[in-house]
Write a protein that binds this ligand. Sequence first.
Ligand code: NAD
Ligand code: LMR
Length: 336
Amino acid sequence: MAAPLRVLVTGAAGQIGYSLVLQIAKGDVFGADQPVVLVLLDIPPMAAVLEGVQFELTDCALTTLRGVEAVTDEKSAFTNIDYAFLVGAMPRKEGMERKDLLAANVRIFKSQGKALADFSKPTTKVIVVGNPANTNAFIAAKYAAGKIPARNFSAMTRLDHNRATAQVALKSGVTIGDVKNVIIWGNHSSTQFPDVKHAKVNKGGSETDAYSAVGDSAWLQGPFISLVQKRGAAIIERRKLSSAMSAAKAACDHIRNWHVGTPAGEWVSMAVPSDGSYGIPEGLIFSFPVTVEGGEWKIVQGLDLDDFAKAKIAATTKELEEERDEALAACADSKQ
Ligand code: NAD
Ligand code: LMR
């Protein structure tokens, strides 16, 4: 059996953490033959809750789980980790946009970016889940630069990708496995562009495009887009808490694909540092369609974008540039 991977989950005493840690511990992410040591980080007031989660994980008696460490300091958390799930941050409440969390959360990611540089390996891979996820990932990557390459930082738009896939499957009357290659472009926010122009649906035994399978272009260009953009808010309105089960599942999907690769002919959406593809300013953490091979993601090139798509992508790019500038200003002001 392989040597254990050391996997950090921050915010592990929170809602998403509670769903996430079991999936990682039982092999859903790294496989049934890959042992893991879980490192759980939360803030000191949550130490007892964290210990409760640690006890429960131990009591699951999992063959893949080789240790659980519950910690409340960054040095213990970030030392020698292979993967980091950065979840710990404040969630939004009803009526807020995710970027309203920027000032409160960005300092966490500045501090954790520095901790990654100080204590983690140059090969450590990071997914940021805490909102506003793209901009938090940008800040973490900035403060870890010099030690960990920017391409090891990503933000989660897989939940949006899964939401879009599920809606296309429902509307086409097929199963989830019959839909592939939806795309989420841009920010994990209400400006994101869920795009099914290049998606494929297996309907009645033959592969067709999503527009034909759905048979309702007006829905795809209107209600479908806002449904996916506002799904997080719809869940908060109903649960009075933000999505947790689906967010944890999406984080696992994201890291599993990064670790083991994407199937032939398929891509997934990941927010990664732009290399200038599709005219997106370099360095912005932007959601693109990506394929993964040998642990390295690659942005899918050459997709045709019509004027509708270009306008939507421009809007989400503008929002990300504004968030970046606001976050940099907040970090410059903070002494931590
Ligand atoms: P939660 O409030 O239940 O849990 C957050 C946990 O983080 C708490 O236990 C808190 O003590 C901890 N925390 C706060 N500061 C920390 C720090 N500096 N270090 C370590 N831990 C810290 O929230 P949740 O529902 O689990 O959501 C967590 C974050 O994920 C929120 O920002 C939420 O908006 C975001 N989210 C993102 C997506 C996405 O698709 N990207 C989806 C759902 C939720
Ligand atoms: C989501 O998309 O469900 C999360 O980002 C939580 C939120 O604030 O919407």
